[in-house]
Ligand binder design. Structure first.
Ligand code: NAD
Length: 829
């Protein structure tokens, strides 16, 4: 019999979630307005005790919002909160005799801001515990200075009691401060500065995400939030210090504030509000009665919260997500290990089963694209290394290719298990190395888990034929054998998938691989795959990973294509590079599988479900900032619904969250490389100069580019023909399906397409008329499955990856026959 149990954290989380929804939903202004009216009328409506409780809650809201303003996801454990609060409180003691209320509050805010500027200037380069120690030290110093001054002058308590105490006046003062703080937090988080601040919080290396100087943002926001905390301290001084003067500097204030902000999450302005309401109520009830126990509990909660809940408990939406806590805990601990242990910053080459430096110790920098800062140093392969890798692969392949299917499948399955075990870390590194948003990282890492499992099934799918013969006594066998050595060259945009979709099947089918990941993503595009297959037990030499800088790709590429031991080249990248490599491969008579660029259309017919069309278009055009070969770049919509689709797409774009890639709520992250950003800008500027209209977006902000919808695009514009590879989509109204098909095919590319229609049969009929390797009816053009034949026609490539197509690509057919009776030859007389 089941026993009903209450999942308390989840229940509390749900409650908070509803409050957040109210604060963030469409009717938030109505809710906020109502709350403000009720709060303004409160002194006339409620008892003194209830008013005091409201006052306390408001002060918590102000504190937590202000804390979240500067702290945000940086998770700086700042004891400075207490210092700022105390500065405000003591200003009141020192100033009330001379200044009329509420001027001491303003003075308290100003002094707290000044202190913050000093602390900010000193602590810019400090992180985590050092920052806490510094600010704690400062708060203690100030406390002692002020106390000794006070003792000499007159005595604190005497001063306190001289402050004219009026509950209503205090209440309204704090209400104003709380409302201003929340408004400020909300505005800041939505602003360019806010986004930059969140990025700083996520990672110091991202601090230049928006091309603004992070140092100054940090100091400025630190000071603004300190001003609010100081003002709250000043306003609350009479109430708190009446109970106990020392509380103004008690680190308890800091503890509480930090917990409040973290419980609600700090990514949005509503988080601290919700957290403050929880802790506020609990504090008011328990604090006075169980003071010390309360502090211990608070300390424990603080540590657990920081470790487990970067998004706060109210960030949990479903019961399943609570189950993620354990995983989150594990990864949170790993993440807190100093980076030099957790993530080596120097990566070696992986050749012949050994991790090794490049000749002469040469390395090249791996830049974190959004910030441009160096993320890691990578050993730089050259042509000699490539030759050694090919030779090692050739040597190792013979034995590997002869292993039983079960053994090869076993290694790939083991790799899948390791992949899953390292899931969180793989997501994290992808975000750090490429700036991919958390949603994309989650998708890509999850997809690869399926991909590896699918690849593990391939050794069993390699069939053959037993065929009749015209010769008496002969049996024909048509069988498939591994090709030998496969060279894999992969791009940066989906580095895990685009590397593994070639590497995993090639290995599973008995080949050895030499892999050159993109110079933009050497770690996620290759070195991690090397680590994982090594741990899975792949014999030495069967997989070799040789990243190299852009300057060496030509020489390394020449070996990877031209070396006699290489049998097949698998290339994914731009059409221009693909053409060059195809020429080389042709010279050497090598088989080459090419997955190249695209200019994919989404056809929307007049009978389409508008909601589906809008979602498919927005996802296809803007997922991963449009840096997808199959991205929807042209929406060809039948005239009767063109205007409606345009406006619903614009509305949809407005809901997309642009921000810190690590925030799970972020939809649009930075553009991965500066060169790419320049190209996107150039395409949009060219279109606008030639008469296109920007329906929404069109601007870059630092390394971000706004999701952009253009109309009025003509063939004279670059974005009509060329691959933009960014979050830019053109909306073209067509008179009928025939015109849509004509325009869809009016491109040198032919990778993917989507058709949205209420009539599936008509959709299927039209699909056959589109010149593309893949067409999805009632879906976006962005779609992939590990077992499906993926690839394009025309300028989008040659050959296919995925499923059985991988068998075509990475094995070759051999004809073996067995003569069972003595055959008579022409010379047998
Ligand atoms: P890219 O062509 O610049 O580089 C791709 C890879 O080729 C990188 O590893 C690069 O180092 C390597 N390379 C470049 N020149 C080389 C040379 N001369 N010899 C050997 N290797 C060389 O492409 P990119 O910028 O990394 O990727 C973006 C492009 O890839 C876009 O055009 C996109 O459409 C395409 N893409 C296609 C698919 C697909 O499946 N069809 C998937 C993803 C990306």
């Amino acid at each position: 019999m089941g026993v009903a149990t209450l999942n308390l954290p989840w229940a509390v989380g749900r409650l908070g979630h509803h409050v957040r929804r109210a604060l963030e939903g469409r009717r938030r202004w109505a809710w906020l307005g109502l709350a403000l009216v009720v709060l303004c009328l409160a002194p006339a409506l409620v008892s003194t005790y209830q008013l005091a409780l409201l006052l306390a809650l408001l002060s918590y809201v102000a504190l937590a919002s202000a804390w979240a303003l500067f702290s945000g996801p940086t998770r700086y454990l700042s004891f400075a909160t207490a210092a700022f609060y105390g500065v405000g409180a003591y200003t009141v003691f020192l100033a009330t005799a001379r200044l009329a209320w509420p001027l001491p509050v303003v003075a308290g805010a100003a002094l707290a801001a000044l202190l913050a500027l000093g602390v900010g200037g000193l602590s810019l380069r400090l992180r985590g515990p050092y920052f806490a120690v510094l600010t704690f030290g400062l708060s203690e110093l100030i406390r002692h200075v002020v106390l000794s001054y006070e003792l000499r002058v007159t005595g604190t308590v005497g001063r306190i009691l001289t402050v004219p105490f009026s509950l209503s006046r205090l209440y309204y003062g704090v209400l104003i401060i709380a409302a201003l703080t929340v408004a400020c937090a909300w505005l800041l988080r939505r602003s360019r500065w806010g986004i930059a601040l969140i990025a700083i919080g996520g990672d110091e290396e991202r601090s230049e995400v928006l091309g603004v100087r992070p140092t100054w943002i940090k100091i400025a926001v630190f000071a603004v939030s300190a001003a609010f905390i100081g003002a709250t301290g000043a306003a609350m001084a009479p109430r708190l210090t009446y109970l106990e003067p020392q509380i103004a500097f008690n680190p308890l204030i800091s503890f509480q504030t930090v917990i409040m902000a973290l419980l609600g999450g700090t990514g949005r302005a509503s988080g601290p509000v919700v957290g403050a309401l929880f802790v506020g109520v609990i504090s008011e009830v328990f604090l006075l009665q169980f003071r010390y126990v309360y502090m211990i509990i608070l300390g424990v909660v603080l540590i657990l919260t920081i470790v487990v809940l970067p998004h706060g408990i109210t960030g949990w939406d479903t019961e399943e997500e609570t189950g993620d806590v354990v995983r989150a805990l594990r990864w949170a601990i790993v993440r807190r290990i100093p980076r030099r242990y957790a993530m080596p910053r120097n990566y070696q080459l992986f050749v012949d089963g050994a991790w090794q430096d490049a000749p002469g110790g040469r390395t090249f920098p791996d830049h974190n694209p959004p910030t441009g800062q160096v993320f890691a140093h990578i050993a730089a392969a050259d042509a000699d290394v490539a030759r050694r890798a090919v030779v090692a692969a050739e040597r190792a392949q013979t034995e590997w290719g002869e292993l039983a299917p079960a053994e090869r499948a076993g290694v790939v399955l083991k790799a899948a298990q390791i992949w899953d075990r390292r899931n969180d870390e793989l997501e994290e590194v992808l975000t750090r190395e490429t700036g991919a948003v958390a949603k994309k990282a989650k998708f890509e890492v999850g997809y690869c888990s399926e991909l590896l499992r699918q690849a593990a099934s391939l050794p069993y799918q390699v069939g053959g034929e037993v065929a009749p013969s015209n010769i008496t006594g002969k049996v024909n066998y048509f069988m498939r054998k591994p090709v030998g050595v496969v060279s894999v060259i992969s791009p940066w945009n989906f580095p895990y998938i685009l590397t593994l979709r070639a590497v995993a099947p090639a290995l599973a089918l008995g080949n050895a691989v030499v892999l050159k990941p993109s110079e933009e993503t050497p770690i996620v595009g290759g070195l991690l795959a090397g680590e994982i297959f090594e741990e899975a037990g792949l014999p030495p030499g069967v997989l070799n990973v040789i990243p190299c800088p852009r300057g060496a790709v030509e020489a390394v590429g020449d070996v990877m294509v031209g070396h006699p031991a290489v049998a097949v080249v698998s290339f994914t990248g731009s059409t221009a590079t693909g053409q060059k490599l195809a020429e080389k491969a042709g010279r050497h008579l090598k088989r080459i599988v090419l997955e190249l660029g695209g200019k994919s259309p989404l056809i929307v017919l007049a009978d389409a479900d508008l909601d589906l069309a809008t979602s498919a278009a927005a996802f296809g055009a803007f997922f991963h900032q449009g840096q997808i070969c199959m991205a929807v770049t042209r929406i060809l919509v039948e005239a009767p619904i063109a205007d409606r689709l345009a406006s619903s797409l614009v509305e949809k774009v407005k809901t997309l969250e642009v921000g810190d890639p690590r925030d799970i709520n972020t939809d649009i992250g930075p553009i991965t490389s500066p060169t790419q950003l320049i190209k996107i800008k150039a395409h949009v500027e060219d279109a606008v100069a030639k008469g296109a209209r920007v329906l929404i977006g069109g601007q870059s902000r630092g390394s971000y580019f706004e999701p952009t919808v253009l109309t009025g695009v003509t063939p004279a514009m670059r974005c009509y023909h060329e691959e933009t590879f960014g979050p830019v989509v053109t909306l073209i109204s067509v008179k009928d399906a025939d015109e849509a098909i004509r325009l869809a095919n009016d491109t040198t590319y032919g990778l993917s397409a989507g058709i949205i229609t209420g009539d599936p049969d008509r959709g299927m009929a039209l699909a056959g008329r589109i010149q593309a390797g893949m067409v999805h009816v009632n879906d976006s053009s962005v779609h992939d499955e590990p077992h499906a034949p993926f690839g394009g026609i025309k300028g989008s490539g040659l050959g296919r990856h995925g499923g059985k197509a991988a068998i075509e690509a990475f094995t070759e057919q051999r004809w073996v026959s067995l003569q069972t009776e003595r055959r008579h030859y022409a010379f047998d007389h």
